[in-house]
Design a protein. Structure first.
Length: 317
């Protein structure tokens, strides 16, 4: 009994013929992502901005407006409250508290005192009922700025490492085409977070790096087949050869992406709110990475005037 195929065994889709349309789509995605990031910015999490985060589970569905007003009356700066999954699962954020040199001010760490004040006020709001405190995190602004820089360098160094690896394994043209596709995927993912204003934190940076790893795996498979066919078919026009190579690997590419997406969708719905942003980025990254492996990496490589190896040898088809 033969398995079900996502594409015909001998598919002949003209991917290279669609490259102009693909360039237009990719150009729109990149411009849109850069524009959204510049205008709206990213909703940086506490990892990058610094401050205090408290996650609680309330005994009943709260009145968020009244709760927000009461907490803001504590004069700790702007306090944000958002639902975190269920209506009674809340994330409370407020900025770092600066020490005040005043004899009338309570002694002790100002951030610890702020956490105690917020906790006491929350307990007063739900007087006589139990509020569950799931986590309390504090990150200083200097640490947050360092983490932001380190996250950016992690992405840059990973792209540089991939460029070097592809350059050594294939040729420099393959490396440049691969990095163009990876930059396309990374910028598109950042643009998605700017559009949706989902929290952008260290987990999101990890997701972008995982997307780069997944995408380059797909791209290397396609590039390997292109290199093999360049040696085998020395007289076949490049556009036909590239189409042939992409079609040969299409079934593997789609099957790998589909099975990965099935696992990620299950994680998205059943993994809980803590990892939802991370999984959300991965789902989008798998889709955009599959697209770039087919419609970005190969057409860009073909534009770079790649030379066929051993042109003086025997000819193939």
């Amino acid at each position: 009994m033969r398995g079900i195929r996502l594409v015909p065994e001998e598919s002949n889709i003209n991917f290279i013929g669609l490259r102009v349309l693909a360039y237009m789509v990719s150009f729109a995605i990149i411009l849109g992502s850069i524009g959204l990031t510049a205008n709206q910015g990213l909703n940086f999490g506490i990892d990058f901005t610094g401050g205090t985060l408290i996650e609680i589970k309330t005994p009943e569905t709260p009145d968020l407006t009244a709760m927000r007003n009461r907490l803001n009356n504590l004069q700790l700066g702007t306090i944000s409250i958002q639902e975190f999954g269920e209506k009674n699962d809340l994330l409370i954020r407020f900025p770092e508290q600066q020490a005040v040199m005043n004899d009338d001010v309570e002694e002790g760490d100002p951030n610890t005192l702020a956490i105690e004040k917020v906790s006491a006020e929350i307990n007063n709001i739900f007087e006589g009922k139990t509020v569950t405190y799931r986590r309390v995190e504090f990150v200083g602004p200097q640490v947050g700025e360092e983490l932001k820089q380190q996250g950016l360098w992690a992405i840059i160094f990973s792209l540089a490492g991939i460029l070097a690896y592809i350059w050594m394994r294939f040729e420099w043209q393959f490396g440049v085409a691969a990095v163009v596709a990876l930059a396309h995927d990374s910028i598109a993912t950042i643009g998605l977070f700017a559009l949706t204003q989902m929290e952008f934190n260290l987990s999101t940076v990890a997701a972008i790096l995982m997307i780069a790893g997944y995408s380059i795996n797909d791209t290397v498979v396609v590039f390997d087949r292109i290199r093999e066919n360049l040696r085998k078919y020395k007289k076949k026009p490049l556009n036909e050869l590239f189409n042939f190579s992409v079609n040969q690997t299409l079934g593997r590419t789609l099957m790998t992406s589909l099975t990965t997406l099935l696992a990620l969708v299950a994680l998205y719905y059943f993994g809980g709110e803590v990892i939802r942003g991370f999984v959300y980025a991965l789902i989008f990254g798998i889709v955009i990475g599959t697209y770039s492996s087919i419609f970005v990496a190969s057409p860009v490589l073909m534009m770079m005037n790649i030379k066929r190896p051993d042109m003086e040898g025997p000819s193939g088809e």
